[in-house]
Design a protein around this ligand. Sequence first.
Ligand code: PLP
Length: 378
Amino acid sequence: MFKKYLLAPGPTPVPSEALLAMAMPMIHHRAPDFIPVLDAAKNGLKRLFQTQNDVLILCSTGTGGMVASVNNFFNKNDKVLVIDGGKFGERWSKICKAYGLDVKEIKVNWGYSIKPESVEELLKKEGNIKGVFVQATETSTGVNHDIEALGKIVAKYDDTILIVDAISALVAHNIRTDDWGIDIMVGGSQKGLMLPPGLSFVSVSEKAWKKAETSKLEHFYFNLKAERKKLKENQTNFTSAVSLIIGLNEVIKMLEKEGLANVFARHARLAHATREGVKAIGLNMFAKELPSNSVTAIEAPQGVDGQKIYKVLRENYGVTAAGGQDHVKGKIFRIAHLGYADRFDVIIAISALEMTLKTLAYPVNLGAGVAACEQVLL
Ligand SMILES: *Cc1c(COP(=O)(O)O)cnc(C)c1O
């Protein structure tokens, strides 16, 4: 037997409660049976997103929700600002450019967080920026951006909206959509929400809907105005991802039973324990500022290939974590503590890391990381 552990920043493990709920016989998405299902999902999502705005449910991975956040609200040549501190910031740029937007970028060194003042400066200097795009957690570096601070800045501009990719941060961090002035927030099913891949969620403020009125970019599948209209009837525009939405209701129930404040605290504790474990092993964190509660990026020690650590973790010890991307490939690896994760998942990760380093002939005191972890989790 070779037992496997999924500790990657998406997809994440799916609890049996959700798996069983999703095994229910299919129901028709236009039949009366489905109405209360979608009603529960849309209201539950509003509570998770901490918003009074509609949260639209799309049948796509998270990137689909990102695309919809661009092609429903802007026009060709609109000037927008992308905060690019990693792979997913870069993705915002690529999507915006694909739709002909005029993209200004603030590049943030990988491992660091955006300085909100630099956004304020750029908005002032450029004058007519229509949208600011950012990640709540930049999954490729394990760093958070200060969304609350950015919300305060963008709110001063009547014609500028704030678009937040919270796909990997949702549930792991307390993100207050309405209080912080987030106009569009994107979530996905396969991260903190503990579901299989296949759903994305997009909340839209009135300020953003106003922009949708004048947007002429082409879209057919991701038509958010049509989705909004349908959502009022507890329907989606096209066939709903019935089973995933049934699963969604189940995980919302689980999260609310635990209590959202406790869910955030759990993620904070698991992230803290992971960092303490890593430090005790003698490795360094890649995130130099605002480390995420969803995923911890760790620097591979001198002379050890980070991809090798990732590979040995998986092949020898059954732990699927994640490697590094682009120029940090081989230099870092990442361990998630996201969604259906608890104390012993972190212990497994740290223990497997110690054994992996030993396997790679790197000097490590077996048990030192685990002990540090346990101290935090006790
Ligand atoms: C996972 C993730 C996405 C979405 O990726 P998909 O593969 O389309 O689901 C987007 N942004 C961030 C920050 C992510 O972590």
